[in-house]
Design a protein around this ligand. Structure first.
Ligand SMILES: Nc1nc2c(ncn2[C@@H]2O[C@H](COP(=O)(O)OP(=O)(O)O)[C@@H](O)[C@H]2O)c(=O)[nH]1
Ligand SMILES: [Mg+2]
Length: 390
């Protein structure tokens, strides 16, 4: 009996030990995440990721804020790279407006005392006269403008200073109307443009801008370094030639400009070039020398068959009435066909444009509104007048 009890006790004990062992191993296995390979959970396991998307989508949904800041810089980096073409696409009207900001400021401050008056009386006209002279319109042209405006204000019943400003804009536009401002070129044969003007006005940079524009348009361009008076002048033109893709013909320092221009015309013809642009000196020992030399250069171009169509006088707009007297001297010596007014983006008081054109009867064909290649622009009176007022 005791034996039977003992056997029963042993069986129970073995059973308990076995049970404890099985439970223990399962717990260990579960802790390692390997709950019995043969049990159901493995089948469900793949389902877990499938079901999981909601919990997983939460971190993904949260991710963008982390990703976005990381992606933002490249977007920002792209923009500056794209900015220059946008710069290039500025409309001519906007470029006039932007670059004439200083001239506009001069006009508005000059006109401010006139605009502060309530009615139109004698003092209104005196204020306007002073304003126009201050803006470089010149005394003679100012008198003419005042006469026209007084007559129109009377005829049209204009009663306030704002109305006078509207008339003034109209008057300036009509003074500049009706001019042919295109640069003349010969059809298939060589065209030559001669550039004249005193030192520092912007002849050589204007030549560079014209060269770039024409090379970009598929023309073959030759530049003649006719300023042999200053050692650095030919060098400067050479650098521009290399940058713009135009060939430069130059002579020895101090060489006779006429002979350099003759050689350049010859070379341009031999190469079947489309356009020859001739740079000249802006200063010689005497003014008489300079004018005589320019006349000679002109004759040489014509004799060598250069097909001269334009003699462009370059004037620095910031020199005001002084620029006007230079213009008179040059136009008496050489037959100037067009004016290039440079540096209108600077401290120029815009009235000089109207004064030069009316006084000389020569059209302003191009204006320099800055130092960049695209800042040399065809002169457009409407954009110009608008830019001076608004
Ligand atoms: N701001 C401004 N500067 C200009 C313009 N045109 C020329 N310049 C500058 O005027 C200076 C003299 O120009 P340059 O071509 O050497 O004059 P040149 O002696 O007549 O040949 C240079 O520094 C040019 O960059 C313009 O339209 N606007
Ligand atoms: Mg020069």
């Amino acid at each position: 009996m005791t034996e039977l009890l003992l056997i029963a006790f042993v069986v129970v004990l073995v059973g308990m030990v076995a049970a404890i062992a099985i439970v223990g191993s399962r717990r260990r296995a579960r802790r390692r995440g390997q709950v019995s390979r043969s049990s159901a959970p493995p089948l469900q396991a793949p389902a877990v990721p499938k079901v999981a998307p909601p919990p997983q989508s939460a971190p993904l949904a949260e991710a963008p804020p982390a990703i976005e800041p990381a992606e933002a810089p490249p977007v920002e980096r792209v923009e500056p790279a794209e900015a220059p073409p946008v710069e290039e696409e500025i409309s001519p009207k906007k470029r006039f407006r932007d670059r004439l900001a200083r001239a506009r400021g001069t006009f508005s401050s000059a006109l401010s005392s006139m605009l502060s008056r309530k009615a139109i009386d004698e003092e209104t006209w005196e204020d306007l006269e002073e304003a126009l002279v201050r803006c470089d319109v010149g005394i003679d042209l100012t008198q003419q403008i005042l006469q026209d405006l007084e007559a129109r204000a009377k005829a049209e019943g204009v009663k306030d200073p704002d109305g006078i400003i509207t008339l003034l804009k109209d008057e300036l536009e009509s003074l500049l109307a009706g001019q042919d401002r295109s640069l003349v070129a010969n059809g298939d044969s060589l065209t030559t443009w001669l550039m004249v003007g005193v030192n520092g006005v912007g002849k050589t940079t204007t030549i560079a801008k014209l060269a770039k524009r024409n090379v970009d348009a598929g023309k073959s361009v030759v530049l003649a370094a006719g300023d042999t008076f200053r050692a650095a002048a030919a060098e400067q033109l050479q650098v521009w030639g290399e940058r713009t893709g135009a060939e430069v013909i130059r002579g020895q320092e101090g060489a006779d400009p006429a002979s350099v221009v003759y050689d350049a015309t010859d070379a341009a013809r031999a190469r079947h070039a489309d356009l020859l642009i001739v740079d000249t000196a802006g200063r010689l020992h005497t003014k008489v020398n300079l004018m005589e030399e320019l006349k000679k250069v002109r004759r040489v171009i014509e004799k060598a068959g250069g097909g001269l169509t334009e003699t462009l006088l370059v004037i620095d707009a910031t020199t005001g009435q002084n620029g006007l007297s230079q213009a008179r001297q040059f136009s008496e010596a050489v037959d100037v066909t067009g004016i290039v007014l440079t540096k209108l983006d600077g401290s120029a008081r815009g009235g000089i444009v109207v004064a030069v054109e009316r006084e000389l009867g020569i059209p302003v064909k191009l204006v320099g509104l800055g130092e960049g290649a695209s800042d040399l622009m065809e002169f457009e009176p409407r954009y110009f007048v608008d830019a001076l007022f608004e």
